[in-house]
Ligand binder design. Sequence first.
Ligand code: G3P
Ligand code: MG
Length: 290
Amino acid sequence: MSLISVFKSLYPAIAGPLKPDDEFTSPHQRELITYKKLNDDKSPFSVIAHRGASYYAPENTMAAFELAHEMNADMIELDVLLSSDQVPVVLHDPHLKRTTNGNGNAQDFTTKELKKLDAGTWFSSEFRDEKIPTLQEVLEWASGKIALNIEIKPEAVTVDAINGIEAKTVQLVKEAEMEKHVVFSSFDYRAVGRIKKRNPEMITALLYNKKISENKNLVWLANHYNADGMNLNWSEVYPERLKQLREHNIPVWVYTVNEPELMKHLINRGISGIFSDRPDLLRHVAGKEK
Ligand code: G3P
Ligand code: MG
């Protein structure tokens, strides 16, 4: 691992969630964002395919996205990092080893080099032709078809608030005319705040992380970063917290749930959506089958 890679991977921890160039507080008039607004669906509950239908196909590949669409997911969640030539690519881990036949830090490879890798065989030989998609490819495929939650990985966020990954992803979303069908999220709150500050029309959500939140109240955080929604780990869903977020019209989307009993329990608590590797099962449990 090069020194630059080490620095990049440690950067969010070193820098913390907020730097002086990132002042986000703004008056908040929040309208509850439901899936209806994102995709003309009448149901207030969204079935979100986590990294695509990643229980059945290799995560963050076109195969997983196609399958999620076939399973009637309402939305697909995907993760983005930057290649060395600064192109947003769809990949969860900063390191290539787990989900491709490559080795090294993805952000040290050009898009052309990343495209040569096999992103499917690690899952099953049936998927050996799968490639790492660029965000542009996924947006072009999804346009007019399905909503997306674009998660910006903290490893790709830098001090560059103007030309960083946030600006590049927003530009691609605009080019694909997907503004009304995309939610941007990140564990790096700076990225979420920057997107909203420069593009108030974009829909954003904070990926709550206790460690980086300095014990701040969730409503305070959503207001401070002007976020439209809150993405919570299922273990962070407490009744009092839900009540407070609901009172402030802040939708709660919960990740990552693959067990039907837990799905049922959370749906009964009135959350706005669940991220699952099994969108077909979630759809069934949520009673959204056609
Ligand atoms: O966006 C929800 C979820 O994907 C966050 O965690 O590690 O799966 O990207 P992770
Ligand atoms: Mg994710």
